[in-house]
Design a protein around this ligand. Structure first.
Ligand code: UDP
Length: 454
């Protein structure tokens, strides 16, 4: 019987962004105890492989993420009470002094937690900075789960250099959430040999919604009668997520039967952008067609009421969980042909890829898909089949835990079940770095598939 391995997960955000939802899935025990509408009542996200790990999350901000960790009965510790730790503006000296005192206390706690763990796992860029300090103080191996595209569109030069420098110097393994993310990391100077691509995983059953429930939700949201065509957009609000582009496309179509809802909120200080969008809706005369639903816990149910999901970021998307969620909901999806888009979707087979940042291309795609129900059905069904095969949570978790085990016990051969190579959604770069077993190396072949494989 092997000892339980203790992993310290670091995440500085208190909000529920994609990285935090992904971490919840990685750590979720067999049965969630809460009212969580996202992945509830689905045992089996953890396998015997994952049970040999004990995870603890260290948080630097209170907020909904902490609430969800508590509801899911995932071990966690809040190291700071500051709600917007490390990112308050404008700068206030006396507040900063208080925060610095609290920061040194938090760092002390963090280092103690790291000492009590076998491995540190940083889930966000700021967590990487803190994780690197803990790694330097304790010599525990550090893993970085990279959920961001380290390109100039997303990060300034200084931040890119810092993150890549820390990853190259302090991190044993970088888990990139897509090939697009991995390639941007390497282009920014990151060491390719340290990277493994592991896609986010999902529980397909969660997206099988009872038709009566779908109908009830449509009625509840005012989409009951007539021949309304309903477009969903389920992303947090941020200028780079491009909700404004979708509004422009909708306005250009001048079709009152087209309806759109936005699910999501501004998670990281982009409240002004939401105000701008609300003004844009008014100025474009779209008030009767567009609803802002706020942050929703029932994304699978919401997806079930859509005729189409549009994802229109104006900068490359690192992964875009919502794309895979819409695939599992068997919905046709429009997404840009850059970032993770071509990796997740195959044009005219499992989705509809358009020219990035192009309002006309987006409007035309909406028009085409609205006019062709059989095309929508074909795309949606093929998307669901592909997503069930490529993005299952159990395979993702196996791949991640196998990778951690390899770092902690490099001498142990991975079982075929535990190998990231088994999952078509997990792949490892060149395999030259320490701790890469033959099983992991075998994953290289899947990494070398065409980007939009499967
Ligand atoms: N999401 C949600 N409620 C909302 C809007 C979005 O739970 O109202 C979820 C969505 O289902 C997805 C995640 O937030 O799982 C967003 O992840 P994604 O990778 O699409 O974007 P990110 O926020 O990481 O940039």
């Amino acid at each position: 019987m092997q000892a339980v391995m203790k992993v310290l997960f670091l995440d500085q955000s208190g909000e529920l962004g994609g990285a935090e939802l992904c971490l919840l899935d990685i750590l979720r025990p067999g049965q969630d105890q809460n009212q969580d509408q996202n992945q509830d009542q689905n045992p089996g996200s953890r396998s015997p492989e994952t049970e040999r790990f004990r995870g603890k999350v260290a948080l630097f901000s209170p907020g909904p993420f902490k609430t969800r960790l508590a509801q899911a009965q995932i071990d966690h510790q809040l190291l700071s009470e500051h709600p917007r730790y490390l990112r308050d503006r404008p700068f206030c000296f006396s507040r900063r002094l208080g925060e610095l005192a609290s920061l040194s206390q938090s760092l002390g706690d963090l280092i103690q937690l790291a000492r009590d763990s076998d491995l540190i796992y940083a889930n966000t860029p700021k967590a990487l900075v803190l994780g690197a300090i803990a790694h330097l103080m304790t010599h525990r191996p550090l893993v970085y789960h990279l959920h961001d595209i380290l390109s100039p569109q997303h990060f300034g030069w200084l931040n890119r250099s810092l993150l890549v420098g820390l990853a190259n110097q302090c991190v044993t393994r970088v888990i990139a959430n897509s090939q697009a993310t991995q390639q941007a990391f390497v282009a920014a100077g990151g060491e390719s040999a340290k990277t493994s691509v592991i896609y986010n995983g999902f529980l397909p059953e969660r997206f099988h919604i009872n038709p009566a429930q779908t109908q009830a939700l449509r009625l509840e949201l005012g989409y009951g009668g007539g021949d309304r065509f309903l477009i969903g957009c389920c992303s947090r609000f941020a200028p780079w997520k491009g909700q404004h582009l979708l509004l422009e496309a909708l306005a250009s179509l001048k079709n009152p039967n087209l309806h759109l809802f936005f699910a999501g909120e501004a998670l990281f200080g982009e409240e002004n952008y939401v105000l701008q969008l609300r003004q844009q809706v008014q100025q474009l005369g779209l008030t009767a067609q567009v609803q802002f639903l706020g942050f929703r816990q029932d994304i699978p149910e919401l997806l079930s009421i859509c005729d189409l999901l549009v994802h229109s970021p104006v900068a490359p998307e690192p992964f875009g969980r919502v794309i895979v969620e819409a695939m599992l909901a068997a919905k046709p999806i429009i997404a840009p042909a850059e970032g993770s888009g071509p990796e997740l979707l195959r044009h005219d087979q499992t989705g509809w890829l358009i020219a990035p940042r192009d309002v006309q291309s987006l409007a035309l795609a909406i028009q085409q898909l609205q006019a062709d129900p059989s095309l929508r059905q074909r795309l949606g069904q093929a998307a669901a089949a592909a997503a069930q095969q490529r993005f299952h949570l159990q395979e993702t978790n196996r791949a991640i835990y196998a990778l951690l085990k390899q770092i902690l016990q490099p001498e142990t051969e991975m079982t075929p079940q535990a190998s990231p190579g088994v999952a078509p959604h997990a792949s490892t770069s060149s395999g030259t770095s320490s701790g890469t077993s033959s099983a992991t190396s075998s994953a290289t072949s899947s990494a070398n598939r065409p980007a939009n494989g499967s």
